[in-house]
Design a binder for this molecule. Structure first.
Ligand SMILES: C[S@@+](CC[C@H](N)C(=O)[O-])C[C@H]1O[C@@H](n2cnc3c(N)ncnc32)[C@H](O)[C@@H]1O
Length: 204
């Protein structure tokens, strides 16, 4: 999955298990399942992201799914958006520790997805990713201003949100989204395989 970036992914896991836990960004009980439940589960999103995409990861927290996605996909540019100062500090440290030659495709922005200043700083993007940030209708309301017609939202959601998806489609469409559908990703990742909800911003 990570090919040549595997050592960087391992370094990231080590950071999550040490500083991430000490700073309260990751629960201590998560340490034994960081790879499968967090890092591989996040990297599975890569399959739903087009070649060369400009991606903004909204509510990145400690960097999920944005960091694993960007490590697995050296062709994409990643902007990590997060409002909480200590999470932003952690994300900046992770990015600063990446090899200098690849660092230009990474950005960390402090702010909320729905803020105009954040949309202006993010610029034109192709894909929004988000994991465990908010229920889909709220997430779409926050992220719409970041998306142009044709931009996609790829959301990692829990089993319950997937069950509730059919009942939410009309609301998501009324909010300007099109082609709302679940997509299974990461079949080759065993237990880390997951389902994302994908949708495209319509013309208005
Ligand atoms: C439950 S955490 C999930 C973090 C990470 N995505 C993960 O899967 O581990 C939700 C994150 O969304 C951030 N958040 C909340 N409201 C937000 C908003 N309006 N815009 C961007 N991020 C937001 C929070 O600060 C928090 O870091």
């Amino acid at each position: 999955m990570f090919a040549g970036a595997l050592p960087l992914a391992e370094e990231y896991v080590a950071r999550l298990a040490s500083g991430g836990v000490v700073r309260g960004l990751i629960g201590p009980r998560e340490v034994s399942r960081l790879w499968e439940r967090h890092v591989l589960n996040s990297a599975a999103v890569a399959e739903a992201v087009p070649e060369g995409a400009r991606v903004v990861d909204v509510g990145s927290g400690a960097g999920l799914p944005g960091i694993p996605l960007g490590l697995a996909r050296p062709d994409v540019a990643l902007t990590l958006v997060e409002p909480m100062a200590r999470r932003v500090e952690f994300l900046e440290e992770v990015v600063a520790a990446l090899p200098p030659e690849g660092r230009r495709r990474w950005r960390v922005l402090r702010g909320r997805a729905e803020e105009r200043a954040v949309a202006a700083a993010v610029g034109e993007i192709d894909v929004v990713t988000a994991r465990a940030v908010a229920p889909l209708p709220r997430l779409v309301g926050w992220c719409r201003g970041l998306m142009r017609p044709g931009s996609q939202l790829v959301a990692l959601v829990g089993a319950r949100a997937l069950e509730e998806l059919p009942g939410m489609v009309a609301e998501l469409e009324a909010a300007g989204m099109r082609n709302v559908h679940p997509r299974a990703v990461g079949a080759e990742l065993g237990n880390a395989a997951t389902t994302v909800v994908v949708m495209t911003r319509g013309a208005r």
